[in-house]
Design a protein around this ligand. Structure first.
Ligand code: PBG
Length: 327
């Protein structure tokens, strides 16, 4: 008998295959995006994201209950304000949509993690992620506004703030403002390596945040680059980020791997709207098996080194883990 080329016995039974898994998944590592619309009462389906909804303030707790019923315990909130202006002032309003949604969730579900997206593009009438001078975003002036938004979210009870603007110095600005206002306990999840991606298309439809002119290439990253992601992560880490993020996920698995290997902070991946919409579209055309594809894509992201995942499929992935399909 050839002892060198004998079959791999570790693949023999289901139980042993499970024992032998190199990647472990848990519903604890999933974060679900929730869209809250100030102009809405009740729930309204999002056309660009089949299976996802806009929630009115009166029904945001319904989204939380659904999450909990699937075993998902963390969310990230996005707001659609009733009013927009040049400086996105409704983003830091005391009774703004995010501030009210955080209060509503925390009043009923104090242990449910609420992360808030800190950005201006949903709140500015021009759709850019900061304050404009001419057609350019003014980095440093934007930082003051972002800090104010983050503090208002913390004051409402957010557990964590997630700046997605890609301004230089944003983490330092938020950390300082949070600390000065008594929110030392609120952590920062930095969208560190956020690429200028076409995969955000369905989100911009859903959040009404497409720029009215130009694009975001001036502040988001060039998909040609991966070493640049290391520089962005290093800056955010040095400025005090608690969690680093790579976004999108599927086309950037190499970046997730490199950043996870290099930094000792927890690594989040954001599987964005376009990734979800592609799977949904292919599945509804009968071209792929949705359940298996959503499992396999989630696995690939964790295998690449992510510690946690923001995904519109959070509830389905949690179900798949419970069934034993993955995990
Ligand atoms: C806000 C923001 C965006 C996303 C998350 N935060 C849109 C953008 O940068 O254009 C995209 C998320 C998704 O596509 O699911 N800046």
């Amino acid at each position: 008998m050839d002892l060198v080329n004998r079959p791999r016995r570790l693949r023999r039974t289901d139980a042993i295959r499970r024992l032998n898994r190199e990647t472990r998944l848990s519903a604890e590592a999933l974060i679900y995006p929730i869209f809250v619309d100030e102009t809405l009462s009740g729930v309204r389906p999002i056309p660009s994201l089949p299976g996802q909804n806009h929630y009115g303030l009166d029904s945001v707790c319904q989204a939380v209950e659904e999450c909990l019923s699937h075993g998902v315990r963390h969310c990230i909130l996005f707001g659609l304000p009733a009013e927009k202006d040049a400086c996105g002032s409704s983003a830091w309003a005391e009774r703004g949509i995010i501030q009210e949604a955080v209060r509503a969730i925390k009043a009923s579900y104090p242990d449910f993690t609420v992360i808030t997206d800190v950005c201006m593009c949903e709140y500015t009438d021009h759709g850019h992620c900061g304050i404009l001078h001419g057609h350019e975003v003014d980095n440093d002036e934007t930082l003051e506004h972002l800090a104010r938004i983050a503090v208002s979210h913390a004051a409402a009870g957010a557990d964590m703030v997630a700046p997605s603007d890609m301004m230089d110095g944003h983490v330092a600005a938020l950390r300082r403002a949070l600390d000065e206002n008594g929110f030392q306990h609120v952590s920062i999840m930095a969208y560190s390596a956020k690429y200028a991606s076409a995969f955000y298309g369905p989100f911009r439809e859903a959040a009404g945040s497409a720029p009215s002119f130009g694009d975001r290439k001036g502040y988001q990253m060039d998909p040609h680059n991966s070493r640049e992601a290391l520089r962005e992560c290093a800056l955010d880490a040095a400025e005090g980020a608690d969690i680093l993020m790579v976004k999108p996920a599927l086309s950037y698995l190499d970046v997730i791997r490199t950043c996870a290997d290099r930094f000792d902070l927890p690594m989040c991946a954001y599987s964005v709207s376009g990734e979800y919409a592609m799977i949904k579209a292919a599945a509804s055309a009968g071209l792929v098996d949705e359940q298996r594809i959503l499992c396999e894509t989630a696995l690939s992201i964790f295998r690449a080194g992510a510690d946690m995942l923001i995904t519109y499929y959070a509830r389905e992935i949690a179900d798949a883990i419970r069934r034993g399909d993955i995990g």
